[in-house]
Design a binder for this molecule. Structure first.
Ligand code: FE2
Ligand code: FE2
Length: 385
């Protein structure tokens, strides 16, 4: 059996074809290595396989060993399907580590017809190749279906070439899963840190979650890109982290603060800012901005710096609206929750005073969407991370 490398190096008769394959591989490697969306990444991998061997369809399957299932992450004409991990051609490949080349699926006993029944497709020829993680464990399989040439069957050469796509799929998916795990961990740490800040003043963890969701929604509605809005969502839970350094006697005081106490309370903004400002991580830099600017006011009467209007970062202006809307609607040590009408009247009144008027207008025009979030994360309900 020829190896993948000698297919390219010794194939003097079809140099053009080797060049074409290499060009295809490099084109897709460049695309896949920078892709951050798993669906798009898997579709690129499927397109790579399809072009390499002239298949009609390619799909990528992952093995969930704990649940004993195989499921389709993506590919051509694929909706999410899961099958027992000991069934079908894919099950055989994953179990044995063997690559399979099949000319007629329906005459092969291992073929699981359920997939065709569910997709309304008719499979004839198949190549199926298992792929591994860095530890050499099989984590899934790459499948190409129905050769689109006159012969309608795949060749040994196709199998060898497709091993490149399969190998690359294993590496890409593992890198993606690890990277995702890391990002999820970072996000959770941020939320947990935000909860610490809030719990010091006996506010609930749901306050930071709601503020994060309101901020994201308001950002999207105000025309900020999805990517930027997501950064704001992940960083905004830390707006009050500086409260960890404010004494209980002030933070938990039921009555009005004295002038001196209020001066100390105001410091939670700069304390939070100082916690994050030295970080090189983008999310933490955004958290630093939000901690510093969420009590600034459009009219310049806020704190800590008395910035005004668009000198206040848009992230600070958005979080201010989200934070105040939520705080007014919740019980706090110094006040009872306000009814919705009183809150909206207050926000209208504070257009271009406390808040950016444009953001208030967008907020109120889409109030029903914010109410949905409020009702989803009710204080005291079961935790939803
Ligand atoms: Fe605050
Ligand atoms: Fe808050």
């Amino acid at each position: 059996m020829p190896t993948s490398s000698n297919l390219f190096m010794n194939n003097k008769t079809s140099g053009t074809n080797s060049d074409r394959l290499l060009a295809v591989i490099f084109e897709y490697m460049a695309k896949i290595s920078v892709e951050t969306n798993i669906k798009k990444m898997v579709m690129n991998l499927a397109d790579l396989g399809k072009q390499l061997v002239a298949a009609d369809r390619c799909s990528v399957w992952l093995h969930e060993a704990n649940e004993k299932i195989l499921w389709t992450v993506g590919g051509h004409g694929v909706k999410k399907i899961s099958i027992p991990d000991d069934s079908g051609i894919v099950g055989h490949c994953v179990k044995t580590g063997e690559a399979l080349l099949i000319e007629d699926a329906y005459s092969d006993q291992r073929f699981n017809r359920k997939v065709d029944i569910e997709t309304g497709y008719h499979t004839t020829s198949i190549i199926c190749i298992p792929f591994h993680n860095a530890e050499g464990e099989i984590i899934g399989a790459f499948q190409a279906i129905n050769k689109q040439t006159e012969s309608q069957v795949f060749s040994i050469e196709d199998l060898e070439v497709l091993k490149i796509a399969s190998n690359f799929t294993g590496k890409s998916l593992e890198a993606f899963i690890l990277r995702n795990e890391l990002v999820e961990t970072q996000k959770e740490i941020i939320v947990r840190m935000g909860e610490i800040g809030e719990s010091r003043s006996q506010e609930t963890g749901f306050h930071v979650k709601r503020v994060a969701k309101y901020s994201y929604l308001l950002a999207c509605l105000s025309g900020i890109s999805e990517a930027e809005a997501l950064k704001l969502k992940y960083a905004s839970p830390m707006h009050d982290i500086g409260k960890v350094a404010i004494p209980d006697s002030i933070l938990l005081k039921p009555g009005k603060l004295t002038e001196n106490e209020f001066e100390i309370m105001k410091q939670h903004t700069t304390i939070g800012h100082n916690v994050f400002k030295k970080s090189k991580r983008e999310l933490l830099q955004i958290a630093a901005i939000i901690a510093n600017e969420h009590h600034e006011r459009w009219d310049g009467q806020g704190y800590p710096e008395g910035k005004r209007a668009e000198d206040i970062h848009i992230y600070g202006r958005i979080t201010a609206v989200a934070d105040v809307f939520d705080a007014l609607g919740s019980d706090r040590v110094y006040k009872k929750a306000w009814p919705l009408e009183k809150i909206t009247a207050y926000m209208k009144e504070e257009r271009n005073k406390q808040f950016d008027g444009r953001l208030v207008d967008i907020f109120l025009e889409n109030l029903d969407q914010f109410i949905l979030i409020r009702d989803e994360f009710v204080d005291g309900s079961e935790e939803l991370v």
